[in-house]
Structures are given as C-alpha cells and as structure tokens.
Ligand binder design. Structure first.
Ligand SMILES: [Zn+2]
Ligand SMILES: [Zn+2]
Length: 130
C-alpha cells in the first residue's frame, strides 16, 4: 500500500484513502476538488460537512429541496444568493453516496474552504489518545 499525503492534514498515512468530491456551482463556474483523506480527517469532514447534508439516491427523483442554505439554514435573499452544492463520496466498503444542497453566498465566503479544501491538524497533536 503506497503512502500518500492526506488532502486535509497534508501528512502521509497508511491504508486506503476516503474519497470525497465536493463541488459548488457559482454561475457558469464550478469550484470542485478531489479529496483523498485519511480515516481520521474523513471522520472530521463527516462531522463538519457531511452531517449537514441530505443524502439523495436515484429513488429520490423529484425530492423537494427547501430553498435554504445547508450550512447556516439561511433562506434565499436578494443580498444572499444560494448556490448549488454537490458532494459525492465513497465510504470504504459501501456504495457511492451523493448529496445535493445549496449554500448561501455568506457561508460560501466563510466556510467554502472547509467544504472544498478542508485543513485539519495532523494527528499526534493535543488530543492524541485512543
Ligand atoms: Zn488526514
Ligand atoms: Zn448560509
């Protein structure tokens, strides 16, 4: 098993990576990234980002999405537009997961990095116990 750096804590780790593909569509542009995270960072990402999302499956065709920001629950407003967010992730040993949501301009500015380019502290820091 090759050692590769984790997208989030930037350190190398042993074992398979968890793949997450977040994307935000802003007008005709889309910002997307391909994250390969160690299990520890993936757990942190699940807590901060994935837990806020509603998963969709093929059977959910026609599901009614509320016009609100998934991060801060703000409704759409003239001065706070909503942008579509798509996240696909591949938990190990499980089928592909998809989520669709919207994020407001304010949260995208404040939390876009947490969504697209998360940075977590390397293991072995303050609370390194098992
Ligand atoms: Zn990591
Ligand atoms: Zn928001």
């Amino acid at each position: 098993m090759a050692l590769r750096p984790c997208s989030a804590h930037r350190g190398r780790f042993n074992g398979p990576a968890e793949s997450v593909y977040p994307a935000v569509v802003v007008g005709v542009d889309s910002e997307r990234s391909k994250l390969k995270m160690c299990p520890r960072c993936f757990a942190a990402y699940s807590d901060t980002v994935l837990s806020k999302l509603t998963e969709v499956s093929d059977e959910d065709y026609g599901l009614d999405f509320r016009d609100e920001c998934f991060w801060g629950r703000e409704p759409e407003a003239p001065d706070n537009r909503l942008f579509p967010v798509f996240v696909t992730w591949y938990p190990r040993g499980l089928p592909r997961h998809d989520a669709y949501a919207q994020i407001c301009a304010k949260c995208l500015r404040d939390h876009g990095q947490e969504l697209l380019e998360p940075r977590y502290a390397a293991p072995g820091g303050a609370s390194a116990g098992k």
